[in-house]
Write a protein that binds this ligand. Sequence first.
Ligand code: NDP
Ligand code: HSE
Length: 437
Amino acid sequence: MKPIRVGLLGMGTVGSGTVRVLERNASEITRRAGRAIRITLIADRDVEKAKRLAGNVPVTNDAFQVVSNPEIDIVVELIGGTTVAKDLVLKAIGNGKHVVTANKALLALYGNEIFEAAQDAGVIVAFEAAVAGGIPIIKALREGLTANRIEWIAGIINGTSNYILSEMREKGVSFEDALKDAQALGYAEADPTFDIEGIDAAHKLTLMASIAFGIPTQFSKAYTEGITKLTREDIAYAEELGYRIKLLGITKRVEKGIELRVHPTLIPAKRLIANVEGVMNAILVKGDAVGATLYYGAGAGSEPTASAVVADLVDVTRMHTADPEHRVPHLAFQPDALSDVEILPISEVETAYYLRMRAYDKPGVLAEVTRILADLEISIDAMVQKEPHEGQELVDIIMLTHRTVEKHIDCAISKIEMLPVISGSVKKIRLEELNRN
Ligand code: NDP
Ligand code: HSE
């Protein structure tokens, strides 16, 4: 059979990895796909750089030439962003081409429109590389777990922020230096605030939630909080209490709706997922039949991400001639069977909490704080009062609460902050036990 022809947009970290992996493993990939997968045209703004990496493949600086080229069957979009990339993807679909993309921002924001256009055109939009780099989590959620009613997903799904937290905790590296390293290693987004403010993780979580629960993509309703306000003190206090702080993406089906949230989270240090370090990602998925399952691997980087891009290329090549009606739906559920379950605001989410407050070292302080919590029916699981630093009259008090609804803890915090015995604001970090229930 003739090779399938691929047009590649973007010869950066992931694009260059894709070219290398396709070339190095060409023979095995052909045996798996049933025909050769050949890149026949590349677009990059920097033509000279791309030519150096592309071997004999022609290079253009005009990406629209690629998506309009009648000789191309599959367009691989690896330029990133949500403006030109959106136009290119929609144009490729309109021209009857399948699309493979690693662009989670694009799909989290415009997935509904893009998948609908693809459905109408009878083409595939494949996006394994968009979530958790090299881990085949989309395949697992969409196909491997298809018998299950998915109950919840909790994952470390941003390699850059996990790398920063690991470097800070294990080696004492500063936040700024760890971020620079992550950028040099090709892990970070073009705008790294997407990584450190939890936005990239929320893009990925949005996609996983849609596939898990059969809902449209709803990034605007995700709660997003990053790692920039975490302090060394909180990381150390969490350790003392047997917990580790990770940036988690959590989506859960509860009675009132669906939780969709990204935030720093205390998790018991003994859990496997608490020990996922550096650029590695891990995703826990709880299904009603299978129970809890865990997926682990490199969450970013050139060849790990290329591994997922090439897997999609093989999938699309195999499905290229199949009847569109019999393909796996983009979001796992048939497009006319998506449901409109509400995404809950963070104020309605129920979880446990770590609270840290700074108090004057006087009798009765703890009684005042615990009375406020008790009045709101919030019970305390553990409490530590630190010794005052020499010559200081303020002490740190750390409390772990049992589960409660977020609006109740926020109400308690504002009352505690008004107490004359408390100095400054109360630090709140959410806590999840992540046991198998
Ligand atoms: P890079 O910035 O390394 O590569 C993007 C390339 O595309 C650059 O060479 C860029 O050129 C080029 N480019 C940008 N705009 C255009 C355009 N309009 N026309 C032609 N070329 C263009 O990004 P990555 O490879 O890191 O990321 C690509 C995508 O993959 C993003 O969506 C990202 O979120 C996603 N991703 C990245 C991962 C990673 O580990 N890096 C992992 C998983 C997903 P120039 O440099 O001149 O702008
Ligand atoms: N910037 C992303 C991360 C790339 O660090 O996880 C992988 O999606």
